[in-house]
Design a protein around this ligand. Structure first.
Ligand code: NOJ
Length: 539
């Protein structure tokens, strides 16, 4: 029997949840921790191993909670610390770990540190942030992250009579993470949530924590020092805790975020995400093969966190203009579906026009690639978006539990819901909901659950050595993953026509997921797949 590894996060399936949009237990229209706790049996049945919670801290809520005003609390609309602890305990009792978002690149401008900093130039909190007396020029490599919503990274604060630095919104002043006092505060925050039982942190904007900020030029003396400090601290307090970083950087820089195995355990794989989407849009495997070759090999016990969608824009900014044009044409033909001149504000099911075959193909591919897959709440049933909502809120609509009032998300008056539900016919709660899909063995929900559980049986996919196989067909991606002498081969047909490929495999295949026709032929194997077909097999 294979030993269960300490690096549990490499075999896990992570489910990301916006608590306020998931389930409302007290009927005030806002999802809460009690609702989430009540949903744990659902998550357990789905088969997820880890829940990543988007920020749930007290916040003015101007960036969906990524503007934190108290790192030690729970937004009162979502419950209490007591509710949080009960949730973590109940999750743990079902074998589900909890990872929380840690947002320490910036605070809310309502955080007491910023209030003190702006009021008193002599306060120790002044140096928690970055200031300038005159408005500095915009540096081309340090522009606003949300173009169109912000046009500068320095804003004037009347109280302080000075300009403060912010890469995100003007209400999110950047923390001066080069200041040792700030680093001490961050460790206190990490220590606090670890004591409450969390199994790790998703490090927001980690790609900015390694750069100089404000007026500082050049590079930090030790750009990755802060991330290493966090890792050392977290591993001391809880040796199996995971750090999952948001570092949306070019491939050549990504290896630095793993360090020598002394930095991040998992990196969100933005590079793969954009190429997966390009491959789906073009019906071609080449973008996948080329990105997998470019990505650095993670050190032992570290890996990639792969995803198809998250709750932000689908960022295709790292693709060439021609590639972006193809993705936009296929998946976001209307201007209103696009955002920030680099992304798509849609969910996966509508992007794929509700085509079940293509949805399965996309998720089967995601789950077969080396790394840890992440599923965004609602994607397991094929939820859609609401383009009537502003910006990224289009993809953050309430979970659709049934076709009853408010999709059973809440008993509140519909006008009091934290956000409106999706209302269109194809993807609204009448068409897409958990209750209907639970009882239908062929539903997407039950298919996703089988996908998750099948991957659990074949850890070679997640952590084995991956070899791309020559399928000699532009639409077909084939790879083999081997661990401790066991191999699984996965073949995916991205094209919209049936395909037969010849793999140089002397094999007597046993399918373990999906479907294909095989024709062993000496040292070769013929594999036939329908349009958008897929198959995982033991050779
Ligand atoms: C990344 C988060 O995913 C996004 O939602 C947020 O706006 C920014 N970080 C700023 O915290």
């Amino acid at each position: 029997m294979r030993e269960k590894k300490h690096s549990w996060y490499r075999d896990a399936t992570i489910y990301s949840v916006d608590v306020k949009a998931f389930r409302d237990a007290n009927g005030d229209g806002v999802g809460d921790f009690r609702g989430l706790t009540e949903s744990l049996d659902y998550l357990s049945r789905l088969g997820v191993d880890c829940v990543w919670l988007l920020p749930f801290y007290p916040s003015p809520g101007r960036d969906n909670g990524y503007d934190v005003m108290d790192y030690y609390g729970v937004d009162p609309r979502l419950g209490t610390l007591g509710d949080f602890v009960e949730f973590v305990r109940e999750a743990e009792s079902r074998g589900i770990r909890v990872v929380v978002d840690l947002v320490v690149n910036h605070t809310s401008d309502q955080h007491p540190w910023f209030r003190k900093a702006r009021e008193n130039p002599d306060s120790k909190h002044r140096d928690f942030y970055l200031w300038a007396d005159e408005k500095p020029d915009l540096r081309p490599d340090r522009g606003p992250i949300f173009p169109g919503e912000e046009d500068h990274v320095w804003s004037y604060d009347e109280r302080a009579d000075a300009y403060y630095y912010h890469r995100f919104y003007n209400f999110q002043p950047d923390l001066n993470v080069a200041n040792p006092a700030v680093r001490e505060e961050v460790k206190r925050i990490l220590g606090f949530w670890l004591e409450l039982g969390v199994a790790g942190f998703r490090i927001d904007a980690a790609g900015l924590l390694t750069q100089t900020k404000g007026l500082a030029e050049g590079e930090l003396d030790d750009p990755h020092g802060f991330l290493r400090e966090m890792r050392a601290f977290v591993s001391r307090r809880r040796s199996d805790a995971v750090l999952l970083a948001e570092a949306d950087r070019p491939p050549a820089e990504l290896g630095e975020y793993f360090g020598d195995g002394d930095e991040m355990h998992l990196l969100l794989n933005f590079q793969l995400n954009a190429r997966l989407v390009l491959a789906l849009a073009r019906g071609e495997s080449a973008p996948l093969a080329s990105v997998l070759e470019k990505l650095p090999d993670p050190p032992a016990d570290a890996g990639w966190a792969n995803f198809l969608r998250n709750l932000d824009e689908l960022n295709i900014g790292s693709l060439t203009e021609a590639e972006q044009a193809d993705v936009y044409e296929a998946f976001a033909p209307d201007e209103d579906m696009r955002i920030y001149d680099r992304g798509i504000r849609r969910r996966l099911a509508p992007i794929l026009a509700g085509d079940r075959d293509r949805f399965e193909l996309a998720y089967s591919l995601l789950f077969s690639l080396p790394g840890t897959p992440i599923v965004v709440y609602g994607d397991e049933i094929g939820m859609g978006e609401d383009l009537g909502q502003s910006g990224r809120f289009a993809v953050r609509t309430p979970m659709q539990w049934s076709d009853e009032k408010n999709a059973d998300f809440s008993t509140a008056d519909p006008d009091d819901l934290v956000r409106p539900l999706v209302s269109d016919e194809a993807f609204g709660p009448e068409a897409v909901n958990v209750a209907d899909q639970r009882t239908d063995p062929d539903s997407l929900l039950n298919w996703t659950s089988r996908l998750i559980r099948t991957r659990d049986e074949f850890p070679e996919l997640a952590r084995g050595d991956c070899t791309i196989l020559d399928a000699d067909h532009p639409g077909v991606f084939a790879h083999a993953s081997t661990l401790d002498g066991d191999t699984v081969v996965a073949v995916h047909n991205l094209g919209d026509e049936a395909a037969t490929v010849t793999l140089a495999l002397n094999a007597d295949p046993t399918p373990v997921f999906g479907d294909a026709r095989f024709g062993p032929d000496g040292d070769d194997l013929h594999v036939s797949l329908p349009a958008h077909g897929y198959c995982w097999f033991r050779p």
